[in-house]
Design a protein around this ligand. Sequence first.
Ligand code: OGA
Ligand code: NI
Length: 353
Amino acid sequence: MATATPNLLQPPNFTCVKSLSESSALTSIPSTYTFTTDPNQLLAFEPQHSIPIIDFSLLTSGDPDQRSRAIQDLDQACLEWGFFMLINHGVPESLMTGMIEACRGFFDLTEEEKREFQGTHVLSPIRCGTSFNARVDQILFWRDFLKVFVHPQFHSPSKPAGFSEVCLEYTQSIRKVVGELLRGISKSLGLEEWYIDKTMNMDSGLQILIANLYPPCPQPEYAMGLPPHSDHSFLTLLIQNGIGGLQVQHKGHWVDVNPIPNSILVNTGDHLEVLSNGKYKSILHRAVVNNKTTRISLAVSNGPSLDTVVEPAPELSQPSTYVGMTFKEYLELQQGNKLDGKTCLDRVRIKTM
Ligand code: OGA
Ligand code: NI
């Protein structure tokens, strides 16, 4: 049975894990944060060499051979992993660092100041909080977050000073990169280059900045930053402050991601899985925590416009194995419930016996 969607958030009782972590007496985690009692559950492998690398400069190359080779690489990366590291993307390192520091500045605001940005609905354009969905999470996650809708309308918290400027510049640069990636992916699916752009109304596509803060945790082997999940949207682009914690699932194993410096981590989302009729599966990933340093990660999700119905492209092999649903409905379902693997995607999957 589907659980009722608690889209309306209750009035605040906002406690962030940052304050909890900073209370000096903390030597163990409160029991509400115990995700597992088996410390081996959060371990992962490190086959670093095999995570695909995509060279963005080849994808945008004027040389047709180079470009078509880059598109083949993109196809392989999406097929085999649903995850890759993007290099030579052209987003300045100073802008990436500036955005991370601006988000740190946001999390450093007092709880009182942050309360103003709590949001009332899962589709509130500015919303900060803790865990994933503290109203329904039975176990809390060791994570504070800020989510901001930056396109088609640009929103931004009014604090800290300078946040809005760097956020606009950063998310616009990411948007350009995503446009190019989606053109490459349209081609790698055998569709016309602008297919996703046009049919998914990317001109008014929803882009969300998600800043994650994972403060030091006294018992990282028992707590979880973000549980295994797939992302909504087509592509998520993620950067971090040099501290690891992201793990992706590959062929049934968890793999630690140690990014190439200055690269952008890209993962495929549920809506690319639907649009490609299951060819490019959205990747399961999770975030573990550590007991030494605060980790900040910034994910930017890139989806269609809210009222676009996402369904398998009729041009691709039939029969369709997913039903169409508007992006808005999907977002309300995913964001309004517990974050749990690919259970949201299962709701649009057509079961074949
Ligand atoms: C996310 C996410 C992973 C990380 O925000 O959806 O998966 O490493 N983040 O913070
Ligand atoms: Ni994610």
